[in-house]
Design a protein around this ligand. Structure first.
Ligand code: NAP
Length: 283
């Protein structure tokens, strides 16, 4: 069994991003990411702080907009409009979840698809599903990067994605399909989940339930990707896969922490560089 070291792959990606950022800066374009946080959600504050830190470490300018909980939808839309029009901004990220009085879909659709570095805008979702170049959500894109780094060819393999969220499950399925895997997307209403998993060469777990994937669900020699991040009562961080029992059966497996998690921010930075390069092309 080989451990897929997302921490190492993300460090390599960040190094690449930093080199690109310096090159862009030297040619007069400073890559810039605007991050909007509305409200006081503790986890969101932590995520946003990590994104800011990663930008600094990679020579990407980060412009933080911390807005109060009572910010109205129109105020948020007005800010996004300004950022859409600002030629010095390459990426716009609205940290989710938003307060309940704000319509998340409306906000995500208001971001220019050209600056949508999270890849959540319907235009980018459509591009991904059509196999066209656009922005791809960072977590599944990071998983593809790990597979690439370890020379794992998914073409012709049976892949099962557990979870159908817009952030992970669906884009993951599209990426695997675009790379010629035979993909089954499963969810809470799937009837024969165990058999589908057992028949899969690649198993991606994006459920949000600790230890959900057990040894009896996994094919011998499978490649197992654990997207889950679950905090147990004792403070431990675990994935959706029962790592101790599953790992011995796998050819490759991602650990939690240190697997998929570190890739998400690295791909956000990479998407910001991609957008900055598009700015150069347009100039
Ligand atoms: P989500 O929106 O809650 O989606 C969970 C999915 O799991 C849903 O599609 C749900 O099915 C499915 N599911 C729930 N119970 C199931 C069951 N018993 N059998 C089969 N499928 C079941 O979650 P998410 O945003 O995709 O995130 C999933 C996990 O990944 C979470 O632990 C999250 O923290 C983690 N995550 C990690 C990163 C990272 O950077 N590593 C990034 C994003 C998310 P239905 O659609 O039928 O409800």
């Amino acid at each position: 069994m080989i451990l897929l070291d997302g921490k190492a792959v993300s460090a390599k990606m960040k190094e690449r991003v930093k080199n690109e950022a310096v090159k862009l800066k030297n040619s007069g374009v400073e890559p810039a990411l605007a991050v909007i946080l509305v409200g006081e959600d503790k986890a969101s504050q932590t995520y946003v702080a990590s994104k800011e830190k990663a930008c600094h470490a990679c020579d990407i300018k980060s412009i933080m907009h911390r807005l109060p909980e009572q910010t109205t939808q129109s105020e948020l839309l007005a800010l996004i409009d300004l950022l859409n029009l600002d030629d010095s901004i390459d990426g716009i990220l609205v940290q989710l979840p938003l307060p309940k009085h704000i319509n998340t879909d409306k906000i995500l659709e208001s971001i220019s698809p050209n600056k949508d570095v999270d890849g959540f805008h319907a235009i980018n979702v459509g591009k991904l599903s059509s196999g066209l170049d656009g922005f791809v959500p960072c977590t599944p894109l990071g998983i593809m990067e790990i597979l690439k780094e370890y020379d794992i060819d998914v073409s012709g393999k049976n892949a099962c994605v557990i979870g159908r969220s817009n952030i992970v499950g669906k884009p993951m399925a599209n990426l695997l399909l675009n790379a010629s895997a035979t993909v089954t997307v499963t969810h809470s209403k799937t009837k024969n989940l165990k058999e589908i998993c057992k028949n899969s060469d690649i198993l991606v777990a994006a459920i949000g339930k600790p230890f959900f994937v057990t040894e009896d669900m996994v094919k011998d020699g499978a490649i197992v990707i654990d997207v889950g991040i679950n905090r147990l009562d004792d403070g431990r961080l675990v994935g959706d896969v029962d790592f101790d029992s599953v790992a011995p059966k796998c050819s490759y497996i991602t650990p939690v922490p240190g697997g998929v998690g570190p890739m998400t921010i690295a791909m956000l930075l990479s998407n910001t560089i991609k957008s900055a390069k598009n700015r150069v092309k347009k100039a």
